[in-house]
Design a protein around this ligand. Structure first.
Ligand code: BES
Ligand code: ZN
Ligand code: ZN
Length: 491
């Protein structure tokens, strides 16, 4: 896919794309009076959408796509523009149209960005394991941006960086667990750090983790033939920048390259999807890569908590007790509640490197999937301001987050008879997991925990993603860095 963004209209493209909402065409400045009449009569003849069958007509002597941008149930205005652009790109590829002119006369920056994202999503395909790889048909989009779009070159560059990050996360998540084990994830992260100026990386292997008391990783990872690792990536964009905030934003990602459940084995039906149990780690890696590439004026780090929850003769036994990095002792009541154990180390590491804000992402609980499904991620926060930022930044990039309570009343259920804590709690599974994590949040630190168990990986087509990883969260984290990077008085 290629974008050519041009300021003035041209007749060169092979086809037109007209976006319309509720039967009125929004972007038809290039059409002749006669062409407009033709469009009107086509639209008047339509029943209520969707209008897939009227996709490709001759208007003013040019093949023309009618792109239905009318509101779809549950989607925001920006998201239905993304959807419309995604559908257009799918049809243009199928019809093998080399170039399409898109008219954006009425669109401002936000809409323009949404359309570019929608077009880009259509280009994603994960066929690494197919015996034959077929390239997508390459369509060039000639985009006629009107006067409302202020800085289209910058927006197009930003979208390219963001989409590259989304693709990186999706590819890592979709890769089989036998090909992407912790050490292999580390190799990927090292390569990314090497080719991203300003991005540093620190890697701890099992020996180092044990030496420093990061026992959550060791407890979960020791049963596997693939040893656990912790990665800390850092980028400081405040050096040399004029007026930036003093904040240090730290992302923490759950990185279970596979989760069998351990000795508390999962049922076979729900197991294959556990290749996505490292979505949090992939998301934070992709986000920091994009933030560094965009040179945002902020200090950001990303901690990836990598392990494989497997069965072996060294696997943690139910009832075992270990001492976490912050000194609290934990009884492993259920070996399948492993994410919170590695995250206890991630949160400790965030504290050690001086986080002022921590945002963790984790495919943490099945309970979250049952509560909010695949379209909404739940988040828990000890800081209203950070929580609001997560919601607003999510909304700006069409990712939905719903605020969940850190209900103190349920905290008692985490207490163990022998140890300070156990890793299971009440039937409110997502809340119990969040309350467990809260025990490891460094003092005086704003923290938000996002449970992306439902949104990270979909079992059927959803919006602009097919079966598999969605890349959910990458854009919100980038947006959050943009938001926190902006000093209050300049916001
Ligand atoms: N990785 C799972 C959670 C999950 C479930 C992610 C479905 C994506 C889709 C997690 O490690 C887990 O197994 N959690 C248990 C915790 C329970 C044993 C307390 C769960 O939610 O059932
Ligand atoms: Zn588990
Ligand atoms: Zn898990």
């Amino acid at each position: 896919m290629k974008f050519n963004i041009i300021a003035t209209e041209s007749q060169k493209a092979n086809a037109y794309a007209l976006f319309f909402v509720k039967k009125s065409v929004q972007f038809s400045t290039i059409l002749s009076e006669n062409g407009k009449k033709q469009v009107e009569s086509v639209l008047n003849g339509m029943k209520d959408g969707p209008f897939e069958d009227l996709e490709f007509l001759e208007i003013d002597g040019k093949p023309t796509f009618f792109v239905d941008a009318a509101k779809e149930r549950g989607l925001s205005a920006l998201d239905h523009l993304r959807m419309a652009a995604y559908r257009l790109a799918g049809r243009a590829m199928k019809k093998q149209v080399p170039s399409v002119s898109i008219f954006l006369a009425d669109a401002a920056d936000e809409q323009f960005k949404a359309i570019l994202h929608g077009l880009s999503y259509a280009d994603y395909k994960f066929d690494a394991y197919k015996s034959k790889q077929e390239k997508n048909f390459q369509v060039t989009y000639e985009i006629v941006a009107g006067e409302h779009v202020k800085d289209f070159k910058k927006i197009a560059e930003d979208v390219a960086v963001e989409q590259k990050a989304v693709t990186l996360a999706r590819n890592l998540i979709n890769t089989c667990a036998s090909d992407l084990y912790p050490a292999e994830f580390v190799q990927n992260a090292k390569t990314i750090a090497k080719y991203t100026p300003g991005l540093s990386i620190k890697v701890r292997d099992m020996k180092q983790l044990e030496k420093e008391g990061f026992m959550g990783h060791v407890t979960v990872g020791k049963g596997s033939s693939h040893e656990p690792y912790m990665i800390t990536l850092s980028y400081d964009g405040t050096k040399g920048a004029k007026r930036t905030s003093k904040d240090h934003l730290v992302f923490v990602g759950k990185g279970l390259t596979f989760d069998t459940g351990g000795l508390c084995l999962k049922p076979p039906k729900s197991m294959p999807e556990m290749i996505s149990d490292m979505s949090g780690a992939a998301t934070v890696l992709a986000a920091i890569q994009a933030i560094a590439t965009l040179k945002l004026p902020i200090h950001v780090s990303a901690v990836c908590c990598l392990a494989e929850n497997a069965i072996g003769n060294k696997s943690v036994l139910p009832g075992d007790i270990f001492k976490a990095k912050n000194g609290k002792t934990v009884m492993v009541d259920n070996t399948d509640a492993e994410g919170r154990l590695v995250l206890s180390d991630g949160l400790a590491e965030a504290g050690e490197i001086g986080a002022t804000h921590i945002v963790d992402l984790a495919t943490l609980t099945g309970a979250m999937v049952r509560a909010l499904g695949y379209a909404i991620a739940g988040f828990f926060s000890n800081d209203d301001d950070l929580g609001l930022k997560v919601i607003n930044c999510g909304e700006a990039c069409c990712e939905k987050f719903w605020s969940m309570p850190l209900e103190e009343e349920y905290a008692d259920a985490l207490k163990d008879k022998f140890a300070d804590l156990k890793n299971t709690g009440t039937d409110a599974g997502a809340i119990s997991a969040a309350l467990f994590l809260q025990e490891f949040v460094p003092e005086n630190t704003a923290w938000a925990h996002c449970d992306i168990a439902g949104t990270a990986f979909v079992s059927k087509k959803w919006k602009y993603t097919e079966y598999g990883a969605t890349g959910f969260g990458v854009q919100t984290l980038i947006e959050l860095a943009r938001e926190i990077a902006t000093p209050i008085d300049e916001a």
